[in-house]
Design a binder for this molecule. Structure first.
Ligand code: UGA
Length: 436
């Protein structure tokens, strides 16, 4: 039997996937509303494929949920999957939930069981937790097993990960983790065994590298804009070199979400504490290029009017497609920035309008795309849902007040919008203007 502590994005996915691998799983969370929903087989967020898995295993009883830590007493391995948000007073990670999860688990874990951290934490956290665990429950060991799942592909990434990384303090702990993942190991998933600190670092290094790729291409977009090049062709051309690769080179309004932005900031804070000044400067640049990509789009929008009192229609609120997550969403941040310039902002998103409206109640939301575009001074495409690529530009040409579209994700068919009479702008690319 396994336990999963924290049933947010990571925990709910991990719990359902471990049940799919054949384990009995108990999910623990202090949020009673969440536990009630999950116990009924209902997911509190949108993630393709996870709802089916949850329903299936709740129905068979393999997967149960509880608010009571004592329910994990029979589990052999406990996975800590709670959040580590950015602290309100700076860049560092808030470890309140991780510390509480360790205390709660250690108080009830049976002798010989293993506690495994999956949360993203600053290097050195597992050492501190090990010391605390020795005080509360010396017959239980701690390991670290970072998670690399992407929202929108959470089930696929958990059941078919491209690697498994474990930070362990004994051969026994490694064996216990191998037993959990035996089915994946049979499928040939690479297994990397490390010390606790390296395992913690692998996670933040991986996310920082992904963030670096995106900020690199956005810096190239800035150069293309200044020099008159096309960043999408540039990305394609450099991406053919397998040492560079073509993934994560989509220029636009940059990265957002609950992971990349806060992870690089927490890494910055830790680098500073450790005196690793060069790493700190490097990460600071990645973060600031990313935030600049958002600001630049607002400046481009302002080239087409002073925005004050004008209607701006925004396609997208989620931080990326196939997600209803609006945490640090570049799209929503830009929507807010444009509303601050006095525009009347109307937003559409296939899945994220409810959470977006909760965050920014002063913005308008509509699921009627043509009504949203009616008399709009400007359209901004900010989250690349496939629904938006399927739009017919001619329909929009008939209703807007001004035929200008800014494609913040470099994802639409610019020629099609131009042919329908629009000016098409996208970061790092020459402007397309309608043929006379
Ligand atoms: C990210 C990592 O990709 C996962 O490997 C990691 O496990 C996860 O964080 C985590 O730490 O939990 P996720 O936040 O789901 O996953 O999102 P990504 O797919 O990485 O996208 C992040 C942001 O980058 C999005 O806003 C996306 O629009 C943007 N992006 C992505 C670009 O601007 N350009 C690209 O080429 C790719």
């Amino acid at each position: 039997m396994l336990s999963v502590i924290g049933t947010g994005y990571l925990g709910a996915t991990h719990a359902a996937c471990m049940a799919e691998l054949g384990f009995d799983v108990i999910g623990i969370d202090t949020d009673a509303t969440k536990i009630t929903l999950l116990s009924q087989g209902e997911l509190p967020f949108y993630e393709p494929g996870l709802d089916d898995l949850l329903r299936k295993h709740v129905a068979t009883g393999k997967l149960r949920f509880s608010t009571d830590f004592s329910d994990l007493a029979q589990a052999d391995v406990h996975f800590i999957c709670v959040g580590t948000p950015q602290r309100k007073d700076g860049n560092a990670a808030d470890l309140t939930y991780v510390n509480a999860a360790l205390e709660g688990t250690a108080a009830h874990a049976k002798p010989g069981s293993l506690i495994v951290g999956k949360s993203t934490v600053p290097v050195g956290t597992a050492d501190a937790l090990t010391a605390r665990l020795a005080e509360i429950n010396p017959h239980v060991e701690l390991a670290w097993n970072p998670e690399f799942l992407r929202e929108g592909f959470a089930v696929e990434d958990t059941l078919r990960p491209n690697r498994l990384v474990v930070g362990v303090q004994s051969a026994r702990a490694e064996e216990q983790l191998r037993d959990v993942y035996v089915a994946l190991l049979k499928d040939g998933v690479p297994w990397i065994s490390a010390d606790l600190r390296t395992a913690e670092l692998v996670k933040v290094a991986a996310n920082s590298f992904l963030a670096t790729k995106i900020s690199f291409i956005n810096a190239m977009a800035e150069i293309c804009d200044a020099a008159g090049g096309d960043v999408t062709v540039l990305a394609k051309a450099i991406g053919y070199d397998p040492r560079i690769g073509n993934r994560f080179l989509q220029a636009g309004i940059g990265f957002g979400g609950g992971c990349l932005p806060k992870d690089i900031r927490a890494f910055m804070a830790r680098a500073e504490e450790l005196g690793a000044d060069q790493a700190l400067e490097f990460l600071r640049d990645i973060d600031s290029i990313n935030l600049r990509a958002r600001a630049r789009i607002i400046d481009v929008a302002a080239e087409y009017g002073d925005l004050k009192g004008e209607k701006v229609f925004i396609l997208g609120a989620a931080f990326k497609p196939d997600s209803d997550d609006v945490r640090d969403s570049p799209a929503l941040d830009i929507a807010y920035g444009i509303s601050q310039r006095g525009a009347r902002v109307v937003v559409n998103d296939p899945k994220a309008m409810e959470p977006a409206a909760k965050r920014f109640p002063h913005l308008e939301f509509t699921d009627d795309l043509l009504a949203g575009a009616q008399d709009a001074h400007l359209i901004l495409h900010l989250t690349e849902w496939k629904e938006y690529r399927a739009l017919n530009p001619a329909d929009f040409a008939k209703v807007v007040a001004n035929r200008v579209i800014i494609d913040g994700r470099n994802a639409l068919d610019g020629d099609a919008w131009r042919d329908a009479g629009f000016i098409y702008r996208a970061p790092g690319r020459p402007t397309l203007t309608p043929k006379k």
